[in-house]
Design a protein around this ligand. Structure first.
Ligand SMILES: [Zn+2]
Length: 470
């Protein structure tokens, strides 16, 4: 079982240092050593990034117990909940009324809002607020008579003044270098296909943590591979077809259909929403050799870039890159807007890196560059390319019939070496939303978060109206 943290870094033989310490080492080595020397240290820094982040100071709040209920106070705009003597959450009255989850205000089955937000008086003020064992009970004024109950854990989870929630997604990413070759994340076909979905959960959890996973023991047929893909969700149909099964015959106007080497790239940079997952499976390779698969963790390389060349990182994070797929006369794909998207995209709320888009071959004319940043931009992509193609980043693996691989196309770049002979490859794209939905459902099933139901009415297997996702 794969776990984040020190056991993993120990397994890969990478020492973990504090970021502060690493930074000073980088500065020293930057001035007097070559790329290789400081890459080794950057590798350690990136590994440090795999450690769960410490909780934000004084942001952990005690679980509410019935004999020690929070202190409540209110004024004409807000209700304040005192979790302990030092930590308070404030909720606006209008926000509380709008978020009532009673069956009149929120449909318990469809999980859609029923309350008419626009009929709530903007200056609504509770007539009474009281702490109960089940949560905060709010009585609304006689002009709008209603009673709302908000579970304590739900209020903690959704506190915005201040934000108390710990971002879980960040904690789950495990960045990797070429050293992952000693023990790459793998599930068996049997596990992935098992009806109880436990193996599917293991498979998608690996994809979530590592951005890729191998599947061993897959029958070397397009039918079995298609069935495997469909375990996750709908196959996304594109100009290359739905489930694809191809040889190097240039059947489509794209280098993927040749025998040429392909540098590490993400797919569909020319789409507004590049596919989320890509699964591929080499069905046969006859009368020739070569064609190793290349995988590179874009988040790992980005973490090194950020550490060693923050200015280059910043320019890649802000400069949109146009792209196109134009090899077929019947289609002309460009992202919308056509100015494109940056190489590195971030969550606007948390600042967390969420997507890597990179295919230098599919790049269109860079006619939106600030004239004062043209050279700076070329220097930035040169540095990015150098880090992407370093021996430390590149994980090469020779795949054969029976072993499929799936990659998160928003994170892990893939490529291959040139080959001779005839290869038959099959695979599929799966949309990012189908993948995330399946993973969320499996999370609910196998590692449910605290149950926010406030009464005995809902069986625990039902999705609660207090689910953190709603
Ligand atoms: Zn209500």
């Amino acid at each position: 079982m794969w776990m984040a943290g020190t056991s993993l870094t120990r397994q890969f033989g990478i020492s973990v240092r504090s970021t502060l310490m690493s930074r000073s080492i980088f500065r020293a080595s930057n001035s007097r050593r070559g790329l290789t020397a400081y890459l080794a240290r950057a590798s350690a820094a990136a590994s440090a990034n795999t450690k769960p982040l410490p909780p934000a100071p004084s942001r952990s709040v005690p679980e509410v117990v019935s004999d020690d209920l929070p202190t409540i106070s209110m004024d004409d705009r807000k209700v304040a909940v005192g979790w302990d003597t030092r930590t308070w959450s404030r909720f606006h009255n209008i926000w509380l009324r709008d978020h009532c989850r009673c069956p009149e205000c929120f449909h318990p089955i469809t999980k859609q809002r029923l309350v008419n937000t626009f009929e709530i008086p903007p200056d609504i003020t509770p007539s009474k607020v009281e702490p109960t064992a089940d949560g905060l009970r709010v009585s609304w004024p006689s002009s709008q008579p209603h009673v709302s109950l908000y579970p304590w854990s739900w209020l903690q989870q959704n506190s915005y003044d201040p934000a108390l929630r710990q971002r879980e997604t960040q904690l789950e990413k495990i960045l990797w270098s070429s050293k992952i070759q000693t023990s790459p994340p793998t599930v068996t076909y049997e596990e992935a296909m098992a009806a109880d979905d436990r193996g599917l959960y293991k498979w998608l959890s690996h994809v979530d943590h590592f951005g890729m996973c191998f599947i061993s023991g897959v029958p070397p047929t397009p039918e079995a591979t298609e069935g495997l893909s469909q375990r996750i969700g709908f196959i996304r149909e594109t100009q290359y077809g739905k489930f694809w099964d191809f040889t190097s015959d240039l059947a489509k106007g794209d280098t993927a259909y040749t025998t040429l080497a392909l540098g590490a790239h993400t797919d569909n940079t020319y789409y507004t929403d590049p596919c989320g997952l890509q699964l591929f499976h080499l069905l046969s390779h006859t009368e020739g050799s070569g064609g190793s698969t290349l995988l590179v963790d874009g988040f790992y390389v980005a973490s090194i870039l950020k550490e060693l060349h923050p200015d280059a990182y910043a320019i890649l994070a802000r400069t949109p890159v146009p792209a196109h797929a134009a090899g077929e006369p019947s289609s002309l794909y460009q992202p919308y807007p056509s100015s494109g998207y940056p190489v590195l995209s971030h969550d606007p709320v948390t600042g967390e890196l969420i997507q890597v888009r990179w295919n230098n071959d599919d790049r269109s004319v860079m006619n939106n560059l600030d004239p004062y940043q043209v050279e700076e931009w070329y220097n930035a992509i040169r540095t990015w390319h150098k880090l992407l193609t370093s021996a430390d980043s590149e994980y090469w693996v020779q795949l054969g019939p029976g072993t499929a691989v799936i990659v998160d196309n928003h994170r892990v770049l893939h490529g291959r070496s040139a080959f001779t002979g005839k290869r038959r490859m099959c695979g599929a794209y799966i949309g990012v939303d189908e993948y995330r939905s399946k993973l969320a459902v499996l999370h609910e099933k196998f590692s449910p978060r605290p149950n926010y139901t406030s009464g005995p009415e809902a069986p625990v297997t039902d999705r609660s109206v207090w689910s953190p996702a709603l």
